[in-house]
Design a protein around this ligand. Structure first.
Ligand SMILES: *[C@@H]1O[C@H](CO)[C@@H](O)[C@H](O)[C@H]1NC(C)=O
Length: 404
């Protein structure tokens, strides 16, 4: 059944450069077709190709340098996102694959799921806050329509994480699906006018009154995809629905060990309600901070969740798991927690828990290198840019998970 499936094929789709030159070529052929009636063979095929090469070379020569010092030719996927200008964010600030002088990718897209995860976990940045580059192959930036096609391959997608560590990632996932960088992670219909003004762009992530923040007392993050559907049905002033809302996705938060029985029931409810076909239900799992990055406590939570999901879906092909390692510590990490949450401890935790997750058959994506040279606003949490990048990495994993 699922094992004979294929990975999402659009992964190997040509990049923006190809698309641009393909469009140019189509226009040229149309022009040539009509003009050939007037003056036969105005310009030969070779001449046209040469012209296109010169045009591309010019485009590369005059392309702007990205924050990482490489020319940016990749398309701005945020161009038609609400709030892109207000938040001052272009996708090329986050994603800027290396290109050759002829416009082709310097490094190929990662050949398979394992290479993708290794490259994403092992990559880095050239300069603080500059775009992240995977280690030795490229990942893809998907537009919302492509993300919808990826999601359609599943019965549901479940994020299981922590209030503080993981809610940001799910907020960014929602922003991508709502094409909304200004407040795409939030239940906008819940906000009063003051919060509507305050909780925009980066503040969604950094202000505890809006989204996560460090305290997480009153957060207005969207918790699952049914909230958006319900708001629409109830006629609430929903500013930005999802581009697609056919597949359930949601965040289950776990902040304690042992895991509360009610939380395990919530996970079971999602499976009972939405896992109706033979399509898989991918689970993205992140734990650690709430357990003081204690290895054994965190492993117990991992095992409890695995056991719970296994009960409902015994076939591992139908419940692919992604273990998400913690982010590294920023320089604003309070001195009091450095022993427990400093980079030495976090690195050891990442390596050890990654090993334990692999032993249990889980895929592993580590965020340590992604955040090593990124700005953290409080030493623990990262804002919109890291969250959007992490969400896109998870979508890349989803695109490589086998389905029917
Ligand atoms: C970070 O990247 C380096 C270099 O690619 C790699 O050796 C290391 O394993 C990565 N760290 C983690 C925690 O994945």
């Amino acid at each position: 059944m699922a094992k004979s499936g294929v990975a999402f094929s659009s992964f190997s789709m040509p990049n923006a450069v190809y698309r641009v030159s393909a469009v140019a070529l189509i226009f040229w052929s149309i022009f040539h077709f009509f003009s050939s009636f007037i003056s036969p063979s105005l310009i030969t095929n070779e001449e046209a190709q040469a012209k296109a090469r010169v045009e591309l070379a010019h485009k590369i020569e005059t392309a702007e340098l990205g924050r990482d010092g490489f020319k940016t030719l990749s398309k701005d996927y945020f161009r038609d996102f609400y709030g892109a200008e207000e938040c001052g964010l272009s996708s090329t600030d986050l994603y800027n694959p290396h290109i050759n002088a002829d416009g082709t990718l310097t490094r190929p897209y990662c050949a398979n799921k394992q290479k993708l995860l290794d490259a994403l976990s092992g990559g880095g940045r050239i300069g603080f806050n500059s775009p992240f580059h995977p280690l030795d192959c490229e990942y893809r930036w998907f537009d919302p329509e492509e993300i919808c096609m990826i999601l359609d391959r599943f019965d549901a997608v479940i994020f299981i994480g922590e209030q503080r560590m993981t809610s940001h990632v799910y907020a960014a996932f929602n922003s991508l699906l709502r094409k909304n960088l200004a407040w795409g992670g939030l239940k906008n219909w819940e906000l009063n006018e003051q919060l509507r003004q305050r909780c925009r762009c980066e503040s969604q992530y950094t202000n505890p009154q809006c989204g996560g923040g460090s305290v997480g007392v009153s957060d207005h993050y969207v918790v699952d995809s049914t909230e958006i559907l319900d708001a629409k049905e109830e006629g609430l002033k929903l500013g930005a629905p999802y581009v697609c809302n056919r597949v359930f996705h949601g965040l289950v938060t776990i902040n304690s060990e042992p895991v509360a029985a009610g939380t395990l029931e919530d996970i079971d409810d999602i499976l009972v309600t939405y896992h109706k076909t033979a399509k898989p239900v991918p689970v993205i799992l992140q734990q650690g901070l709430a357990h003081g990055f204690n290895w054994d406590k965190t492993t117990k939570v991992m095992d409890a969740i695995l056991r719970q999901v296994e009960k409902r879906e015994p076939n591992p092909n139908h419940r692919p798991f992604l273990w998400l390692g913690p982010t590294s510590a920023g320089h604003l990490k309070p001195p009091g927690v450095i022993i427990e949450q400093g980079n030495n401890a976090l690195h050891h935790f990442t390596v050890e828990l990654g090993k334990r997750a692999k032993d249990r058959g889980l895929d592993v994506l580590n965020l340590f290198n992604l955040t090593l040279q990124a700005d953290s606003y409080d030493g623990t949490m990262y804002g919109q840019e890291v969250s959007l990048t992490t969400a896109m990495m998870i979508i890349n994993w989803l695109s490589r998970v086998e389905s029917l």
